[in-house]
Design a protein around this ligand. Sequence first.
Ligand code: ADP
Length: 662
Amino acid sequence: MNALKKLVKRLRAHSRVPVAVVSVMLVIAGVVLLAQEATRETNARKSPEMLAFEQSPDAWLQNQRNVSQLVKAIDAGQVATVALANGHPGLVLYTLKNGAKASATVPGCTPIGCAGTALDKLAERSAAQGFALVGVDVDPRTKSQHLLDALGAIVSPLLVILTMGVGFFVLMRMQTGMGGGASTLSERPETTFADAIGNDEAKAALNRVKAFMSDPSAYVKLGASAPRGVLLVGPPGTGKTLLARALAGESKANFIAVDGSYFTATYYGAGVAKVKALFKQARKHAPCVLFIDEVDGIGKRSRGNEGGGAESEMNRIINRVLVEMDGFEPMDNVVVVAATNHENNIDEAMRRPGRFDMLVRLVKPTLPERARLFDLYMDKVAADGSHDSAALARMTPGLTPAEIANIVNKAASSAAEAGADKVTSEHVLRAIETQLLGGEISPVKDLLTEGTRVRLAYHEAGHAMIGHWTGAGLVERVTIEPRGQALGVTYMTRDTEDPLYKQNELVSRLAMMLGGREAELLVLDSVSSGASDDLKRASELAIEMVGSLGFSETFGLLSVGGIPDKLLGPDIQAAVLREARTLLEQAQETCRTLLKAQRQRLDAMARALLTREVLQGDELKQMLGDVSEGRKAAPTPAQIAAAPVLELAFTRRDDSSPSPKP
Ligand code: ADP
């Protein structure tokens, strides 16, 4: 009784439903009645013989005869009625005058006649023999066949609809990530903060999050608001993913990682559904770190109507992320960590309290950190121990941990390709060269004439000697193997961590840049186009020293950069250029004096380069000579800088002129 009342109540609440049901039933009843009336009218027009065939065709169909028997019976004048079946060509039913009923299949017979078959001229024969010829609607199928066909007719479209429905459902689940895929996203990483080298400030910040995740009640008890969102900002490969995983590992939490593009879906609204499903998943797996990489992919909402449908879908996705974050309960132990390299593309609303309000910046590793990274990754491969991590670190300023990991991996791969059983220092150095110069040893090498090789060797030896003897930096490696655009390279690193450059250091650098060209001039009595890049860089430095670094005698403390444009006349420009040129000439003079004094070393180094192509380590140090007596103090390892490597490359002008022309 109660159930009935409930039903009535529901029906009342949804008054349109019964109206719709009654309407549909009335329509169906109308169609059925109409069909019945049509059949009755058609039957009224048919003769009793026709109706007899149609009402119980089995009496004829069960008695199958062959065509010749039928023809014989017609010819013998035994046939009373012949019926051609509509809709079933070839089927002929007939009644003999003695009342016997039979059927035959006559290929070629149609409801309008049997021309060209054994029953040719059936209408004429009917008139001549006096038998009735009628067309009938009979169905030769058995009852079960009939039922099966009827069922098939209903089931097949249903199957098609069902298959399409299932397909659509699966697609939607894939799009919204609600299926098995999302549940496999979650894992419990073993990573710890110790696995990430450097970035101590970031680790300290994440440690605060770890403290919350390990014991949220301690925070909630005191009414402290929990950290909900952490925004990791830093260049690619600096360990954002690694630290997010480490946060999960340290907090004994689950880790779910997606990237911004995860939310973009083909179907409108599916992206929002994905956000909901993802946060549901994270809550289910709490404690959980939900990591969204490249969050800038969804990070900025557009204003007004700009951008159209895709933009508004993006806005809805961001809004949903924010709604989900705002909806965290105090004890929901889920922290969302988002990573980006484009801080400016992050919507302001995302940075509000309770959302991504903790900003953690990741930076590229310092020199000692790079050395530790080399140690870490060399430990993971079968190294022969010949590498000098400090030197490798000096040669790779500006590289990220991921790039260093990649260099070691490349070194190990090339060792394997060469059939070596250990990864040597040389493998790593070559991998560094490939990374820094953007290419493997170039095929240009085979095109170099002996004369060009000699020039290259003296050029690089000149850079190395001057750099070393003027104290411009540490000469790490000299090579005359062409890679990328460079035909030869001198790797020089700075010997101080001081971000400031002193005047004498800049003067030494100027000389070092000119050293290659001066060596060519001294030994070969001519210069080549390969020095053009050196000259360009030296000129830029000299102009900067005069114009903006305050190393000018003419301008004193005046910085040309600070002079308003309207006062910058041709006389000032001429004065800058004149003084810069003087600086270059002084550097040139230094080179000439030093190279002449060290000619023997220069020749020895060029010869060694011509035979071995690469010089480094102790051998290189020995060739350069002991400079310490010429300097006040040798640099301590702590002073070794993380400043950019000076690659003094002897360059080609373009790809079409592989060898430098004098
Ligand atoms: P990001 O997410 O910032 O692009 P990843 O965390 O994906 O960088 O780093 C890529 C790889 O680089 C890591 O799997 C790891 O091998 C290495 N790596 C990155 N940062 C560090 C680090 N600080 N210490 C050690 N290895 C690191």
